[in-house]
Design a protein around this ligand. Structure first.
Ligand code: ATP
Ligand code: MG
Length: 392
């Protein structure tokens, strides 16, 4: 993957993700880089912010900047069609009526996830030096980024087994019951879909290529959500390289009415800088008007990045580490889980896997060979790191 850079922007609803993503993309393109900005948001706000028309093909916006509105339904059809048809059969067999069965066979939220399944193909096409992704609000992004892990679990267990069973017993089964048996095509679609998503996962967890930037506002709830996001991203091995503090009141605002607001902003900004350190915190002021159109976004990008290269990896952190224990015999597996609280954490072991749950999210971490035959001797949080000790 010759030097393509992928940068995702996420954060709570309305914090300025689309504006920051568009401004970053423009700044990259203005530096002469072939840049593609993608939106997964069906509300078309990327097109509105840039004040251009975008559709599901790449459209030139300005100079070397191209944009695309990803069409989830299209992707859903070609990747999930077979599987959905099979699920519909099963549901109908179970007595669920036609339309209802069809609707039930679509997993909620799946369409958003599909829209990113082509990301790897774009990255590998060689056509782009920078790909900027304007993600949806945090919850959707996390669901998207955790899906390969969840699906991987099913693929490993349900599908290979299911596949063997159906091959052997299909003739018998179909005589005994009328339960529809999945055709080989269904398993093939499922594994193709999984491989595609797993490709996206591999791309996005490669720290030389991909980074996530968290957009926040100087507000308590927004900051709290960004911290949780940082924890979950760490859990799945994705790397955050910067935090963007957007909508700060400019120094030029001196009206006494805003005094308390300015103090609150200063305080929240200090909290953001302290708690996310060593991540760089980029500052963006509240503009005097909405950030619509290429020119305004260009100015916004200039003040946001200043001398910084928008394409650079702004911070390098490792999501996971394996060290020898102090006794020289045991191993310590460390996972970077910033802001994780002990009470939110659950740990389990099953065969070759370590199961880690943080809040509502769970990762099945396949252990490296050197740890597979060892027992978990203990685990604790050390600063931002979950340290799991494996016996000799
Ligand atoms: N620093 C700023 N100064 C002035 N207006 C801003 C600033 N940042 C964002 N806005 C405006 O706030 C509105 C919301 O911004 P934007 O669409 O970028 O947020 P978002 O996080 O992408 O929202 P959503 O969660 O709906 O996708 C837009 O009208 C945008 O122009
Ligand atoms: Mg948006």
């Amino acid at each position: 993957m010759s030097g393509v850079r992928v940068i995702l922007f996420t954060g709570k609803g309305g914090v300025g993700k689309t504006s920051v993503a568009a401004a970053t993309a423009l700044r990259c393109a203005d530096a002469g880089l072939r840049t593609l900005v993608l939106s997964t948001d069906p509300a078309h706000s990327l097109a509105d912010a840039l004040d251009v028309a975008l559709d599901s093909t790449e459209r030139r916006i300005d100079g070397t900047l191209y944009g695309q509105q990803l069409d989830a339904t299209e992707r859903l059809e070609d990747a999930w069609g077979d599987i959905q048809a099979y699920l519909t059969d099963v549901l109908q067999w179970a007595g669920v009526g036609g339309i209802e069965a069809e609707e039930l066979a679509v997993i909620p939220g799946l369409d958003e996830i599909f829209s990113l399944s082509d990301l790897k193909a774009y990255a590998e096409s060689g056509a782009w030096e920078v790909i900027i992704v304007d993600c949806g609000p945090t919850a959707e992004t996390i669901r998207l980024l955790s899906l390969p892990d969840v699906l991987g679990w099913y693929m490993d267990r349900v599908f290979p087994a299911g596949r063997k069973v159906t091959k052997l017993v299909r003739p018998v089964l179909s005589k005994m019951t009328s339960l529809p048996i999945a055709a080989d095509g269904v398993f093939e679609s499922a594994s193709r879909f999984y491989e595609r998503l797993d490709g996206v996962r591999a791309l996005l967890s490669d720290g030389d290529t991909s980074s996530v930037r968290l957009v926040v506002n100087p507000e308590r709830l927004v900051i709290a959500e960004a911290r949780r996001t940082a924890t979950y991203l760490g859990l799945f091995g994705y790397r955050v390289d910067a935090v963007i503090a957007n909508r700060l009141l400019p120094d030029a605002v001196s009206d006494p009415w805003f005094k308390a607001w300015k103090e609150a902003h200063a305080e929240h900004l200090a909290t953001i800088e302290d708690s996310f350190a060593p991540l760089p915190v980029l500052r963006a002021e509240l503009a005097s008007e909405e950030l619509v159109g290429v020119e305004r976004l260009r100015d916004f990008g200039a003040s946001l990045y200043g001398d910084l290269d928008p394409r650079a990896v702004l911070h390098r952190g490792e999501p996971m580490r394996l060290d020898r224990g102090a006794d020289g015999q045991s191993y310590v597996l460390s996972l970077h889980l910033p802001f994780a609280e002990r009470d939110d954490l659950d740990l389990g072991r099953r065969g070759d896997e370590l199961l880690i749950r943080v809040g509502p999210h769970r990762r099945n971490l396949l252990l490296p060979d050197s740890l597979r035959r060892r027992e978990v001797a203990g685990a604790h949080m050390e600063g931002d790191w979950l340290e799991v000790t494996f016996d000799a």
